[in-house]
Design a protein around this ligand. Structure first.
Ligand SMILES: Nc1nc2c(ncn2[C@@H]2O[C@H](COP(=O)(O)OP(=O)(O)OP(=O)(O)O)[C@@H](O)[C@H]2O)c(=O)[nH]1
Ligand SMILES: [Mg+2]
Length: 313
């Protein structure tokens, strides 16, 4: 955990210099809280990929807090801003119910965002919780996709249900769901092909997979995670919207938070889409995925020294 926080903090350093350093200068360069002050703050947040919608909400709430607490000096409201952003990104406990119930987790998203890697990391998280895991290699589209997944399954020490390249992905899901049921595994993680260029096909395929799961494993907890690459900034939002039309999304995995200047996208996504960011990835290793925690994230972003950090040390 200590390691993860350090990595997250380091990973967010570009985002920090992109957004937070400018915000800090607004707090110090203005001597009163007025329209100019708010306008400058707004501009920085929007430019920093936080998005217009989220920025407006953040500023409205900040203004309320300033008024309520009769705050006069800009430097005093820095803390309020941090609190407002934390609240905005809070993930509720029920969002992680699927971790504790028998569940089928579909991992979807466009090419190269980190779906397969995320499956490997998720399998590892589940194993560390003492859960039994099965992986379905339902990306039968890209050559060698299942070999790549097999390596992750071995690393995480879990079984995989595969198929030959070009097989019908739905048949893999069918086999995997039946295996998950009969073996009573805690979670079935399904890797899927990353393509959006043929939306109609994708839609049919995802719908078919959904139907197969519902029909063959009624009552199982369903979780559809969309993987988004943080380095793509606003584009990630569009991807989530497009996939959202095809499959009901229950959570977001934001990958490649290490080294991007566009980490502000995490804030935008949550408020623009109303879908919680549930995990973030900060590297290519098996340990580089964590449940999203708004306090940890915002503290790392604003470089807030937190008690936890001492506790981790
Ligand atoms: N730096 C960094 N790299 C990541 C992260 N997650 C995934 N990657 C890298 O991103 C690349 C693509 O990852 P994959 O897991 O193969 O992505 P995918 O979505 O399954 O790709 P397709 O199956 O081809 O659509 C790999 O080189 C991964 O190591 C992350 O959090 N940080
Ligand atoms: Mg893949």
């Amino acid at each position: 955990m200590a390691n993860f926080f350090a990595k997250l903090k380091q990973g967010l350093s570009k985002t920090r210099s992109n957004i937070v350093d400018s915000i800090e200068s607004v707090f110090t360069s203005h001597d009163k809280i007025d329209d100019d002050f708010y306008e400058e703050l707004e501009e920085i947040l929007v430019m920093g990929d936080v998005g217009i919608h989220a920025t407006e909400e953040i500023l409205d709430e900040l203004k309320l807090a300033v008024k309520k607490r009769e705050c006069r000096r800009p430097d005093e409201c820095r803390e309020y801003l941090i609190d407002v952003i934390k609240e905005k990104m809070r993930v509720t406990e029920s969002d992680y119910e699927f971790l504790d119930k028998p569940s089928v987790v579909m991992v979807i998203g466009v090419n190269g965002v980190g779906k397969t890697t995320t499956i490997g990391k998720l399998a590892h998280i589940y194993r560390n919780k003492g859960k039994s895991v099965l992986i379905a290699a339902a990306d039968t589209f890209r050559a060698a996709a299942s070999e790549q997944l097999e390596i992750w399954a071995e690393r995480a020490g879990v079984d995989m249900i595969g198929a030959n390249d070009g097989a019908d992905p739905s048949s893999v899901i069918y086999d995997a769901v039946n295996a998950a049921r009969s073996r009573h595994v805690d979670v079935l993680l399904c890797d899927t092909a990353g393509r959006l260029h043929n939306k109609k096909n994708l839609m049919n395929e995802l719908e078919k997979m959904n139907r197969i799961i519902d029909k063959n494993y009624p009552g199982v907890k369903r979780e559809n995670l969309i993987v988004l690459d943080a380095t793509t900034g606003q584009n990630a939002l569009n991807q989530a919207r497009e996939f959202g039309e095809v499959a009901p999304l229950s959570g977001i995995v934001l990958t490649k938070m290490d080294g991007t200047a566009k980490g502000g996208i995490a804030i935008a996504i949550q408020s623009e889409l109303g879908i919680p960011v549930k995990f973030i990835g900060v590297g290519e290793g098996i340990d580089d995925l964590q449940e999203f925690d708004s306090d940890t994230f915002v503290n790392a972003l604003f470089d807030v020294k937190m008690e936890e950090e001492d506790a981790f040390a």
